[in-house]
Structure formats: C-alpha cells, structure tokens
Design a protein around this ligand. Structure first.
Ligand code: ATP
Length: 362
C-alpha cells in the first residue's frame, strides 16, 4: 500500500501553456492516504485519465511532483512504481489460458509456484473464473476477457496501489453490480490503495470511501459520499451527484436571507456580503425541501409530479427556474398552488460556483 501525494501538480498537453484553459489539469495539492479506496469522478474531458496516467507514470506532468510514501516518483517509469493497472478494455494474452494470464504478473517477478497457485485460485474464485481456468483466452466474450484483466490487476499482493480506468465499461449491467461489490470486498480485505476512474456516480459512490470530484481540470471536492451529499463544495458536485441533483438558483444574499425573485429563503447562518460581480447562487437538494403548510415557506409553480414508487418528485418552477422537491409517497399534493420550505441548515451559498462559508450565526 502507498500514500500518494500530489504536490502542486499541473499538466498541459501544450508546449507553451499561457492561460488556465491550456491546462488539462490545473494546479492541485492533495494527499491520498495509505489503503484508501478513491474514485475519480467527473464528466468526459475533465482530466481524470490525465491524472491517473500521471500517477501511473504514463504521462510526465508539466509541473509539480508525485510522491509515493514520501519518495518522488514523478520521473520514474510505470514498471518502477510498484503499481497494477486495469484499463477500460481487456489487456490479456489471447494465446495463453486464463490461468496462465492470471499467473503472468507473478511469474514475471519470479514468485514461487506455490504462491502463484494460491493467488490465482483466490483471484479466480473472487471473479467467478474457476471453471474457465484451462480455456484459452482467445474466443472468450469481452466481459470474460475484462474479468481476466481485473484478475491480473488484483493478483499481486505486494503492489502499492491498483489503478482502474473505467474497468467495467464492457461488463454487462448485472455483472457490473456484482464485480463492483467484489472489488469493494477485495479492498476491505487487502488494504491496498485503490484509485478508480469513472464518470458514473453510482459506481463511484458504491466503490469509494473518498470520492475525488473533477470538473474542468480541477478537483472541486474530495470527500466521503455523505459529505458530497450534505455539503457540496461546488455547484457542479451538487448537480452531478444525486438524483435529481441539487437545485441551483441565482440569489441575492442578505445576511441570513436569500432572495430568489420575490421569494425569501432563510439561511442557516449569516453571510458577509459577496464581492461585487461574482455569480451569486444558492443550492438546495430536493431532499431538503418539503411541502409547507399554512403561510410558511415560499410559493412555487408545480409543473408535474413524478411518482417513482419510493417517493414523489415534485417538478416546480421558482422565478421561472426549475426546482425539484422530494415528497413522501403518501403526501397529498394540493392541485391549486403549493408552497415549499427549505431546511435552513441545508441551504448553501455559492460564489462563482464555490461554496461560501457562513460568517456568523443566523
Ligand atoms: N494526449 C493528449 N494530447 C492532447 N490533449 C489531450 C491528450 N489527452 C487528453 N487530452 C485533453 O485533455 C483534457 C482531459 O482529458 P482526459 O482524457 O484526461 O479526460 P477524462 O476526464 O479522462 O475524459 P474521458 O472520461 O472522456 O476519458 C481533454 O480536453 C482532452 O481533450
């Protein structure tokens, strides 16, 4: 296992980068702990693979350093970093059997026969490959081949970290679910540091202890799934994680109140005035809005109700902007206009997308 430090790391694929948009990865400093299960989550093009490739040694960063357990590995080739990698598509030898493929990374390092047999038996059991062990890899289905790739990534017990780049893309949905749970279990039993790249929030949230959310070349939040849900540090995190995502509304902030059009929304604390010219918004997750009784809360226009079994999603508009709220399955929804109220502790204030800390009590 390894502690991974990224020290003032940045990367541009351009020879002479001059502006922030020239960087695929904007400057970041982070420490990822020994034995952690990290997911790198973000939309296509946000820099996940670039970051993973810098950690694995496939890309040399244009700025900053990567340290494994305090040792600078920034310029070391992949094979000197003591890591295993699993890519999006299978990387296996077609002419070898499944067992030979699994044994290969160990044989290569001169591991003794008894240990090889024990490890490949463990890994094949874990991935449900026992019955295929003597078959040639050629002719197996794409998801079988990808399972072998996963097995090759997991078979060495001595690696500092295992890096997965969207490893379940070619796996069918049911098997995906099983393998994800399996990887989580492997992690819990082995304490190896795992880094898992995905653009799928379910995959990230079920696999990882810590999710690293990336957006436009930046890490906008590194936190537990609960932290990402309860306190999104960036509007993108609120919107990208959750279903439906967080409501983000342009608002004027005045102490412990936010004004959205004519609606006044109470905040959980007082805020200093935001700087002139910043984009001023509030974010409220649909789970923290409820139907208000009497004259409480603020009026919204109800557009439609989606009944998804566990609860209802109320699709509304506030000041011409969409706003989703979650109501219990049994809730009676009045036909003639509704009011919603927000839990003040879960109304966040954002300036140019970034969460603003409160400056005092409400
Ligand atoms: N070899 C390269 N040369 C030039 N630009 C590149 C190269 N690889 C990636 N980029 C650019 O860097 C940015 C980040 O790409 P990257 O592949 O790291 O994102 P990603 O989040 O992994 O996306 P995806 O999920 O689509 O793989 C993108 O704008 C991409 O076009």
């Amino acid at each position: 296992m390894a502690r991974i430090e990224l020290a003032r790391l940045a990367h541009s694929y351009k020879a002479n980068p001059s502006k922030p948009s020239d960087f695929a990865l904007k400057e970041m400093t982070h420490t990822w702990e020994h034995g952690g299960a990290y997911a790198l989550l973000g939309p296509s093009g946000c820099g996940k693979t670039t970051l993973l490739n810098i950690i694995s040694g496939l890309v040399t960063p244009s700025q900053g350093a990567v340290l494994f357990d305090g040792r600078d590995v920034t310029r070391l080739p992949t094979e000197k970093r003591n890591i295993a990698q699993v890519f999006q598509f299978p990387v296996i030898y077609d002419t070898m059997t499944v067992a030979q493929n699994l044994a290969f990374p160990l044989k290569n390092r001169g591991v003794d026969r008894a240990t090889i047999d024990r490890r490949i038996a463990e890994v094949s059991r874990m991935l449900g490959l026992e019955r295929e062990m003597n078959r040639p890899a050629r002719g197996l289905t794409a998801d079988m081949k990808q399972k072998i790739s996963l097995g090759r990534g997991l078979v060495r017990a001595d690696v500092g970290a295992i890096l997965f780049d969207e490893p379940l893309t070619v796996i069918d949905p049911h098997m995906k679910w099983l393998l994800r749970a399996q990887l989580k279990r492997v992690h819990e039993e082995s304490d190896v540091t795992m880094i898992y790249v995905t653009h799928d929030q379910t995959e990230a949230l079920t696999f990882a202890d810590k999710v690293v959310v990336m957006y436009d070349g930046e890490v906008v939040q590194l936190g537990t799934p609960q932290e990402l849900f309860e306190r999104p540090e960036h509007t993108f995190v609120g919107y990208f994680i959750g279903s439906p995502g967080m409501n983000v509304l342009p608002a004027q902030i005045d102490g412990d109140r936010a004004h959205v059009g004519t609606a006044e929304i109470r905040l959980g604390a007082g805020y200093a005035p935001l700087a002139a010219g910043v984009k001023s918004e509030i974010g409220i997750r649909p789970e923290f809005l409820r139907l208000a009784a009497g004259g409480e809360g603020f009026p919204v226009a109800l557009k439609r109700v989606e009944d998804i079994g566990r609860h209802k999603i109320l699709r509304c508009e506030l000041d011409g902007r969409p706003l989703a709220a979650i109501a219990p399955e049994a809730a009676e929804i009045p036909a003639d206009g509704i009011r919603l109220s927000a839990d003040p502790a879960h109304v966040h204030v954002y300036a140019d997308g970034h969460r603003v800390p409160a400056s005092g009590r409400a």
